[in-house]
Write a protein that binds this ligand. Sequence first.
Ligand code: PMP
Length: 397
Amino acid sequence: MEAARAGRAQAGLLRQTRTCDVLGGDRRLVDGRVLADFCGNDYLGLAGHRHLVAAFTRTAAAEGVGTGAAHLVAGHRGEHAALEEELADWTGRERALLFSTGVMANLGTLQALLSAGAMPVQGRTGALCVQDRLNHASLVDGAHLAGAELRRYPHVDAHGAARQLDARPGLPALVATDGVFSMDGDVAPLAMLATICQERGAMLYVDDAHGLGVMGPQGAGSVAAAGLGAKDVPVLMGTLGKALGCAGAFVAGDASVIEAITQFARTYVYTTAMPAALAAATRAAIRLVRTDPEGRRDRLGANIARFRAGAAQLGLRLMPSTTAIQPLLIGSTGAAMAAAATLEAAGFLVVAIRPPTVPPGGARLRITLSATHTPKRIDALLDALGRLPRALESAAV
Ligand code: PMP
């Protein structure tokens, strides 16, 4: 353990917890300094919205804070049931099931669906899980937890997914992909993956942590944005802690799949239900996201366009993303760390993402945009980024 930690320290890859207090809007207090947050996932700025805060406090006052039990014991409240129904309706599925976090949703669902007995394909043992190489860590861990045979394909290469499925014909198979990739911001080839899965009788699982709320009609996510429905993507996972401004996650699908997950997902069965107040706040968030009365999705879209246009003028190496995640590829870990420190000195909180979160040599600044950013703030960040190259050269390792 100590040797592993020392190895990370020597490579400049140790991570550090910092306290980032919220001062309102995009402003954070970090180590006594006020910084503009360009690294969070509160894409619509809903975390501090008065409707969410009112729903949360009202419900906590009436029902208390903790639920005190798992859903299947005595922790399931009316607010949870109502939220599950609204999530199912919003995403166009028969049923939805709440989890306490996205990591737990991925671990539990893959473990349940891929373990012998829970997979809808009956009468066989062992299962195949095919995944994009850049999927979220919890999807990879879920396949391992299930004891499934894990095969990965090159990033966004749907034909690569088909080849992996064809290499192991006859096994019950599940293909899992991020809808929007968390560290790259690009979108999975969902329509092609859906066709490939249908042709081969494989189940498609999409983790839409970063698409839900910001993409598609009524913000229903990357799957809806691709014109796909429940038949194409039988299992849809979404998180509540990003565009919805809350915390937690859900998995949605037809009643039989959700029933299997309810029975077998250990991260669902054996954990305390999320606070009812959080479910109430999430319902308020869904109402805002579906109708978007304040035009937050449009504002986010305008901010993304402004940032990309400004970056192009400066000749910055942005990755090809149209979403709120706009990474600036740097390469070496040392240079990415130096760039983040330079931006911080200029008043911006932008985090350097390093291996093993991204591949070796792929260190980057993961810049994220939100509806709360003003055009002036975005221009100020661009100005600071435009000054970076010299600092980067001097710090490159
Ligand atoms: N999936 C993806 C693609 C994510 O980016 C994240 C958040 N880092 C998660 C799952 C986990 O969600 P949570 O933070 O709710 O555990």
